[in-house]
Write a protein that binds this ligand. Sequence first.
Ligand code: HH2
Length: 271
Amino acid sequence: MGVVNVTPDSFSDGGRYLDARAAIGHGEQLAADGAAILDVGGESTRPGADPVTEEEELRRVVPVVEGLAGVARVSIDTSKARVAAAALDAGAGYVNDVTAFRGDPDLAGLVAERGVDCCLMHMLGTPRTMQQDPRYDDVVSEVKAFLEQRLAYAVGEGVAEERVMLDPGIGFGKTVEHNLELIRRLDEIVALGRPVVFGVSRKSFLGKLTGRDVGERAVATAAANVLALERGASIFRVHDVPETVDALTVAAATLTDRWPATSPRTTTTTT
Ligand code: HH2
């Protein structure tokens, strides 16, 4: 899953693709690099981010979804039902909600009615406050219980269980140690039985571990994604698609139960 942020303030690429043409061109490149899904977002969820209005979010994302709908599968990264509805009308087929249907009472019903796939993510607090001293007794058990409960809520609202994917929300109300523990024990989240989405890309704990700036975290991102694959994650949300595709292709080929696996960029193997 390649990230297409149509925002002025995203933590790693804010402002680069605010213009619809630039965002579409970027999405096309990510698809050419091997992304099967393009996740289009018009509101930053970085720590401390200010919410944007519905009108502004619609203005940012709808032309980009339209432009990318024929290029790859398009996901809309939003917690607002009106934005999701407009994006689905424009050709998106997947709703990625970082609030796990807690942000807008109408979003679960919309996903149910349209019969599309969705991702429900764990977050402690809100983007404004989530990194202010997050605490858990056992981060993995608590994230798992939350996701189980949100899955039950979605099903109760009419969403087919097989349409739901779950995400531990790396970096959303978590310290470095919380993130590492979630990666170490990701198999416990996978045990919920739904495909797991893993979004580690360029996040600040990778910078804390490596000392690297945000644009220099592709290798760190790939390392974490390889471990997540080994523990059973299914979808990898990243900014650095070529590096991630290479890392996951080699890792998947090495994990014998997932062989044969070839890169989406290659059709033949010569060595
Ligand atoms: N992370 C971000 C945004 N959306 N969705 C899912 N399912 N999982 C994630 O880990 C996730 C997400 C944050 O990354 P980014 O979009 O690059 O930054 P920003 O929120 O500042 O736009």
